[in-house]
Ligand binder design. Structure first.
Ligand code: ZN
Length: 205
């Protein structure tokens, strides 16, 4: 997801300490900001949790100018905050293939998130330009976000709704479900469901 906090008026310019805060918070933590004005810093925090393509133009430029130590071209993921990873597109395609998916087409989005472009080109034109060039995603992927259309290979029968997940800790399947969590009958770990999203990064109990 694109950072948009700098479009919000305010005095927030301590991104590094907030990125560190975001990476150290436990699941379900509450952050209270006193005097946050129009939410510039809150917007930064919310965006800091999203994943992105490591091989994006900004990362490539930073790497070439030696302002970034990790290579955006190598296949391994980069952990930019604890348990938040940027991946190389070719690694993701390889994993999709290995797990039985055929990659059909790829769309790249947020081509123009570089500040100097955003400053001088009107937003409506940027949005239109982005929608023209996102079809180049099949040939190269240099933007922070990439959407991939996949189809399953072969004729494996569709999973039943209670067979969709197995426990990341002990591998048990199926998992029992309660109001807002899945519970593993094998190791008794609890996994959160937040706003319909299953979170298997860390157990909540
Ligand atoms: Zn388990």
């Amino acid at each position: 997801m694109e950072y948009t906090y700098h479009q919000i008026p305010g005095w927030f310019n301590y991104q590094d300490s907030y990125a560190q805060l975001a990476s150290n918070l436990p699941d379900g933590a509450t952050v209270v900001e006193i005097g946050s004005f129009m939410g510039r810093s809150t917007s930064f925090l919310a965006t800091a949790f999203w994943n992105a393509n490591k091989q994006n133009v900004k990362a490539i430029l930073r790497y070439l100018l030696r302002r970034q130590s990790w290579s955006p071209f190598s296949p391994e993921p980069i952990e930019f905050a604890e348990l938040n990873f940027d991946f190389h597109p070719s690694s993701v395609r390889k994993w999709l293939n290995e797990t039985g998916f055929d990659v059909k087409r790829q769309l790249t989005v947020s081509h123009f998130r570089i500040d100097i472009i955003k400053k001088y080109v009107p937003l409506s034109l940027l949005v239109a330009m982005d929608s023209w060039v996102q079809w180049t995603g099949d040939w190269w992927q240099l933007t922070p976000s990439v959407f991939v259309q996949c189809k399953t290979k072969g004729s494996t029968p569709a999973a039943q709704s209670d067979e969709l997940f197995r426990c990341p800790t002990c591998g048990h399947s199926p998992l029992g479900s309660e109001a807002a969590q899945l519970i593993c009958p094998g190791c008794h770990h609890h996994w959160a469901i937040r706003d319909g999203i299953y979170d298997f990064r860390e157990p909540i109990g």
